[in-house]
Design a protein around this ligand. Sequence first.
Ligand code: 3SL
Length: 247
Amino acid sequence: MSLQTTSTPADFEALAQTDLSGTTCVVLDILRATSSMITALANGAEQILPVATIEEALAAKAEHPEALLCGERNGLRITAAQTGGTEFDLGNSPREYTAEMVAGKTLITTTTNGTRALRACVNAEHTLVASFLNLTATTDYLRTAKPSRLVIVCGGTYEEAALEDTLAAGAIAESVWDLFDECDDASQAARLLFASAPVEETLPQAKNAQRLLSLPDLAEDVEHCLQSDRYPFTATVAANGMIQRNA
Ligand code: 3SL
């Protein structure tokens, strides 16, 4: 059984071309894509379609006219100027995904890295969407499922590794460490970071956290995404590409 961690968006293309049969991927984009998805599902969103580009989001909206268009570029809600006329309904702040906004709805979302990371796992046998908000539910699932190959896919910040994703990858690696007889150095490094760096003190030092904390409208997102195990469910990508909440 093997454990691997990918750290940057530079890994997405190779991952998409890798044979991922028999592989479980866990996708993390702590600030903020996967935290927003888990919050939306917790607040009753029926399903979420992650797509890589604005064009794909608009095409999916034509197929699902009732769906909400969600996501960001440069951290901000996508505007009509970026789409040729269509305003997106929601940005990428988890605090926007209230029950009032999303209960019973299908969401289509595109973000800078998080949704690209999810699309890179398209050939995986199972793909889970994880965050600190549902970390223990995710690791409990993995401990029961015992996948023969686990790939933890970090979204990163722009083209770089992200401290917050590496911390969460380390938390997952630590929780399942004894299940695997092979692991790569990126998993080991993430695990060692998690063991030595308390999440609540370390995460706000991340580059993306610093950027969000400097923006009055988005600063509270950091505290929201830092919450551990607020939601006791896993989320997986179904065969039709939609992310759904399990129980
Ligand atoms: O890259 C992403 O997927 C986003 O989560 C980045 S941001 O926090 O919305 O800027």
